[in-house]
Write a protein that binds this ligand. Structure first.
Ligand code: BEZ
Length: 213
């Protein structure tokens, strides 16, 4: 069954390129980006996994860990990591789940039979420290993902969890945000948004990002 926003991320144990992992234990109190790719030793996947290695510090700054998955076995992952490191000038520094029996892929509905009967599609799940699924995303095999976008979503989720705001189209850290429509009391608005509020429409009120310099 498909996983929906707000669901508890299913737990599992699996072999990875960095040893055995119990998913919830491994996640601990961090945010998690769990992403699947179709197959080892394929070109787009090679660039994706290299890019994620380069961005690991950016994920870590946001208290987020990354973990990849494909239906290939662990020996294959380990051999392929050499190619990723060589061709992408990086060092893969996060686990890749080996899922040859598709246990995790089935749990997370990562195989879409009308796209491919056996290989995982490019799924992404962003999971918060309470193990709740906060984003799901599915890309086709031939389209590499934009991992800057995943960082942007984590920024938005963390901001909107902590302040009474939402983030507008194409928002990036440091830009103005939307005041939550649920807040209508002028005294509360003044207290929560000391940087000021611009009312474009009663339902569209902008304020500088509360936690930006
Ligand atoms: C790739 O990673 O390049 C890829 C994987 C499966 C199908 C098409 C492309």
């Amino acid at each position: 069954m498909a996983i929906r926003l707000g669901d508890t991320a299913p737990d599992f144990s699996a072999e990875t390129s960095e040893g055995s992992v119990n998913f919830h234990e491994w996640a601990g109190d961090s945010w998690v980006v769990l992403f699947s790719h179709p197959k080892d030793f394929t070109p787009v996947c090679t660039t994706e996994l290299g890019m994620v290695a380069k961005l690991k510090d950016e994920f870590a700054k946001r208290n987020a860990k990354v973990i990849a998955l494909s239906v290939d076995p662990v020996d294959s992952h380990k051999n392929w990591i050499g190619d990723i490191n060589e061709t992408q000038s990086t060092s893969v520094n996060y686990p890749i789940i080996a899922d040859p029996d598709r246990k995790v892929a089935d749990l997370y509905d990562m195989i879409h039979p009308n796209a491919d009967n056996t290989l995982t599609v490019r799924s992404v799940f962003i999971i918060d420290p309470n193990k709740k699924v906060r984003l799901t995303l599915t890309y086709p095999a031939a389209t590499g993902r934009n991992f800057d976008e995943l960082l942007r979503v984590i920024d938005s989720l963390q901001l909107t969890d902590n302040f009474s705001v939402a983030t507008p189209a194409n928002w990036k850290h440091g830009e103005d945000v939307v005041v939550s429509p649920a807040i209508t009391d002028p005294a509360v608005i003044a207290e929560k948004f000391p940087k000021g509020v611009t009312e474009l429409k009663p339902y569209l009120r902008m304020t500088p990002q509360p936690n930006a310099d």
